[in-house]
Design a protein around this ligand. Structure first.
Ligand SMILES: Cc1cc2nc3c(=O)[nH]c(=O)nc-3n(C[C@H](O)[C@H](O)[C@H](O)COP(=O)(O)OP(=O)(O)OC[C@H]3O[C@@H](n4cnc5c(N)ncnc54)[C@H](O)[C@@H]3O)c2cc1C
Length: 427
């Protein structure tokens, strides 16, 4: 059965040089870099704040590393705002301070921002994206642009434009589990333990913590990941866990939110009973955006693979360099690390590069892929999804879009060497 909606005329609000859909780490950097290079930019974000998972997802810290002046600038500026100076390393996140930092930087660069607005369709002409359609309190609106950068994490724009993709891992399309991050207060920091990877075990008088969690927490929760915050006594918990979630389906997002919230009180009870330093802890806040790790992987002109990362491959046409992280695959069928994942035992010590072709969708013009939705395999994605690497991917997209606009070229025709020159200008 269908409901036939009457045809409607959607007002075209404005024309921009560059539209950035999504304001996560890759969206903020894409918008900043194109605006700083002279483009008229509109950033469209579905939440009420900028930052995506790095802020609304209540993230604990930036993991991994990358060569990026913009990433360093973000860390320095956010750290300046921390209430407790020098209490925590710069990579630790105060989500509220990071939101304010991003906002300040975007405002200084002259980026136009629309919050509470969902990109729900694209305007395409001859396989080229020339604008987006949005849905919000103001109803449906359309915005046109010379270049659109998809920083939605799930690649909603690329999907609407008809770009090819696959979901999750290659053999069965299963995706990494979802997590609702939350914070607890009242932690005794002198005695508290901080198991920061699944492979970190902690012996206590009552038993080993990861083993206890596996036995006692409501499945599929069952591991202990705890991180210091920027504020004494407050710890970020990456411990709720929901499997079989397709983050591109609203029913699954709802299921994940409900299941993860149901796990929060049992997790806090567990922390109080079994984890040293957490005897008097209590919940203070949970993320306003459910943490979706993995969804669509798009088919680009090139594809980055696990082998490229293991070989620390240096592509001639790189636009991201010195990217470093591990294979952070959370267990697709339960708690802890997936059998394909490698955290502490990751052996490669050198960083890898990402070629420009991973950012360019194979068949669609006028569009760049950014952040966690670039063209890569499931295993490679478990590495480049780390936020510093997403910042650097967005940075390259922003530069590429500004060049394309200024020189009236297709995005795919921008030379990666021009992007490299700009990225290394201030080395
Ligand atoms: C639970 C969890 C824990 C993690 N832990 C860490 C960690 O400790 N360290 C680390 O470095 N990385 C971590 N990551 C990975 C990292 O947070 C993400 O991979 C990264 O934030 C992706 O950045 P992004 O810019 O691609 O997208 P996101 O951060 O996902 O941002 C996408 C933005 O787009 C918006 N959006 C989505 N669809 C639309 C639409 N149709 N219209 C408008 N806006 C839209 C969203 O609201 C969001 O703001 C974690 C991820 C999760 C989920």
């Amino acid at each position: 059965m269908f409901y036939h909606q009457a045809e409607m005329n959607i007002p075209i609000e404005k024309n921009y040089d560059v539209i950035v859909a999504g304001s996560g780490p890759s969206g903020v950097s894409a918008a900043l870099m194109s605006a700083r290079r002279g483009a008229k930019v509109l950033m469209i974000e579905y939440c009420g704040s900028v930052g995506g998972i790095s802020t609304s997802g209540l993230m604990s810290h930036f993991t991994g590393s990358v060569r990026s002046h913009l990433y360093d600038e973000i860390l320095n500026r956010a750290a300046e705002k921390n209430t407790f100076k020098n209490y925590s390393p710069k990579i630790h996140i105060d989500p509220e301070m990071l939101k304010i930092t991003y906002m300040e930087m975007l405002k200084e660069a002259g980026v136009n921002i629309l919050l509470y607005t969902l990109v729900c369709d694209t305007i395409t002409k001859d396989n080229k994206v020339i604008g987006v359609v949005t849905e919000s309190k103001s109803g449906r609106k359309a915005y046109t642009a010379k270049a659109v950068i998809d920083c939605t994490g799930d690649g909603d724009v690329a999907m609407h434009a008809g770009a090819s993709y696959f979901l999750g891992r290659e053999n069965d399309n299963k995706m990494q589990p979802a997590t609702l991050m939350f914070k607890v207060g009242g932690v005794d920091m002198e005695r508290a333990v901080f198991p920061g990877s699944f492979e970190t075990t902690v012996e206590t008088p009552k038993g080993e913590l990861q083993e206890l969690a596996k036995k006692l927490l409501p499945y599929p929760a069952g591991h202990v990941l705890l991180y210091r915050s920027t504020i004494p006594g407050i710890v970020t918990c990456n411990m709720t866990n929901c499997i079989d979630v397709n983050g591109t389906k609203v029913e699954d997002l709802t299921k994940a939110e409900i299941i993860c919230r149901e796990q929060m009180i049992p997790i806090v009870d567990f922390l109080r009973e079994y984890v040293p330093g957490y005897e008097n802890c209590y919940i203070i806040s949970a993320a306003s955006l459910i943490g979706i790790r993995e969804t669509r992987h798009f088919i680009g002109c090139k594809q980055i693979t696990e082998e490229d990362i293991l070989a620390a491959k240096v592509f001639d046409d790189w636009v991201v360099s010195d990217a470093y992280f591990n294979f952070d695959v959370h267990n697709i069928t339960g708690a802890s690390l997936d059998k394909t994942g490698v955290q502490k035992n990751f052996k490669q010590t050198k960083g890898y590069t990402i070629p420009y072709g991973c950012l360019v969708p194979k068949e669609i013009n006028g569009l760049l892929l950014s952040g966690r939705n670039i063209s890569g395999t499931h295993m490679a994605h478990s590495n480049f999804r780390a936020m510093p690497i997403c910042v650097a991917i967005g940075e390259a997209c922003g530069i590429a879009a500004a060049i394309a606009v200024k020189t009236n070229r297709e995005l795919r025709d921008v030379s990666p060497f021009e992007i490299q020159n700009i990225l290394t200008m201030n080395d």
